[in-house]
Write a protein that binds this ligand. Structure first.
Ligand code: GLN
Length: 314
C-alpha cells in the first residue's frame, strides 16, 4: 500500500537529518561563499515542506524562514520563457545535460546555444526571453510569473540582487559569449541584471514547495486553483529538471532519489513528482556538485518512505 503523505511526520525526518550530524561541522558540506549574504546563511537551517494535489500543505519547523531562491528559480524562468514565446524558447536553448558544473563557460557546439535551461548559461537566456522590452518590464514579468507559481507576491533581496550582478563575473562572461554567438539578443549586462534579480527572489520552504507542486500538478497551482502555465509547458519543464536539474550530479540523483528536482547554492532543492506532490527541502551546506547535503538525504528519505521514485515498479 502506498503510504499517505498527509500523515508523514516531517519534524521527525528533520530531527533525523539534524542528528545525522554534527557532520556539517565536521566538514561535510560547505555553505556557498560567492556573495557575503550567502556566506552568512545559518548552516543549521533545515526545513522540509510538501504540497499535495488537493492543496494540503505539510511543513516542518523552519519552513517559513526566508532565503534567496537562487538556481531553484531556473525551472520557473524556463516555464515563463516557454509560455511567453509560445514554445519557441526550445529553439533557443538546448535540453541536454552537460556533466559539468552550473557555471561552466560552455555553449552547445555547432549552435552556440546554452546547453540547457538549468545551468547558468541557459537561465541567463531564458530570463532574457520572458516578455518585456527592457529590464524593468522583464523584472516585472518574472515577479508576476513567480507570484503565480507561489500563490503570493514575493519580494526581492536588493542587496543579493546587487551583489550577484556586481560579482557574477562568470555570468557576465557567459552573457558576452552568447552575444558573440548571436544567441543572446538583449544586452549582456541587462541579461545578468535580470537573472541576478530573479535569483535574489525571497522564498521559504513552504513557498518553494507550492511552486514545485504547481509544476507537479500540470501547471495549476493546487492552493489557488489558478492555471499558471499550460500542461505541456509543465511537462517540458519537469522533464528537463529530471535530466539536468542537479547539474553534474543529475544521474546519481535520478538513481538515488528518482524525483525531478532543481538544486541551488542557497541549499534549497525544489522537487516535482508529477501527479503526486511538490516539495522543497533547504539546508545550506552543499556537496561538491552544489547540492544541499541534508537536502539530498531528505529527498532520498521522502522518495523511499512515500514511494516517489519515478522508476520504481511499485
Ligand atoms: N545566482 C547564482 C549564480 O548564478 C545561482 C547559482 C546556483 O544556485 N547554482 O551564480
Amino acid at each position: 500500500m502506498t503510504p499517505d503523505p498527509h500523515r508523514y511526520d516531517l519534524d521527525a525526518l528533520r530531527s533525523r537529518l539534524l542528528d545525522h550530524g554534527e557532520d556539517a561541522d565536521k566538514g561535510e558540506g560547505e555553505v556557498d561563499d560567492s556573495i557575503p549574504q550567502l556566506a552568512d546563511a545559518d548552516p543549521a537551517l533545515c526545513a522540509i515542506a510538501l504540497v499535495l494535489p488537493d492543496g494540503t500543505t505539510r511543513t516542518s519547523i523552519d519552513a517559513q524562514v526566508a532565503f534567496s531562491v537562487q538556481s531553484a528559480v531556473k525551472p520557473f524562468l524556463f516555464a515563463l520563457a516557454l509560455l511567453d514565446t509560445d514554445g519557441a524558447a526550445l529553439d533557443r536553448v538546448g535540453i541536454e545535460p552537460t556533466g559539468e558544473s552550473f557555471d561552466a563557460i560552455k555553449l552547445e557546439s555547432g549552435t552556440g546555444r546554452p546547453p540547457n535551461p538549468m545551468v547558468n548559461a541557459g537561465a541567463l537566456l531564458t530570463a532574457s526571453l520572458v516578455r518585456g522590452s527592457d529590464t524593468a518590464e522583464r523584472d516585472a514579468r518574472i515577479a508576476e510569473g513567480l507570484a503565480a507559481f507561489a500563490g503570493r507576491d514575493l519580494s526581492v533581496d536588493e542587496d543579493v540582487a546587487h551583489n550577484e550582478h556586481l560579482l557574477g563575473d562568470r555570468n557576465h562572461a557567459l552573457a558576452h559569449l552568447m552575444r558573440a554567438e548571436g544567441t543572446m539578443r538583449v544586452g549582456a549586462d541587462d541579461a545578468v541584471a535580470v537573472y541576478a534579480r530573479a535569483c535574489a527572489t525571497l522564498v521559504d520552504a513552504e513557498t518553494l514547495a507550492v511552486m514545485g507542486a504547481t509544476l507537479a500538478c500540470g501547471g495549476v497551482n493546487p492552493r489557488t486553483g489558478r492555471r499558471v502555465v499550460p500542461e505541456r509547458v509543465a511537462r517540458d519543464v519537469v522533464s528537463v529538471m529530471a535530466t539536468c536539474g542537479v547539474y553534474d550530479g543529475s544521474g546519481r540523483w535520478m538513481r538515488a532519489v528518482g524525483i525531478p528536482a532543481k538544486s541551488s547554492v542557497s541549499g534549497a532543492i525544489v522537487l516535482a513528482a508529477p501527479g503526486r506532490l511538490g516539495a522543497a527541502v533547504v539546508s545550506p551546506p552543499l556537496d561538491a556538485q552544489g547540492t544541499s547535503v541534508r537536502g539530498r538525504r531528505a529527498s532520498e528519505a521522502l522518495s523511499e518512505d512515500l514511494h516517489l521514485h519515478s522508476f520504481a515498479a511499485r
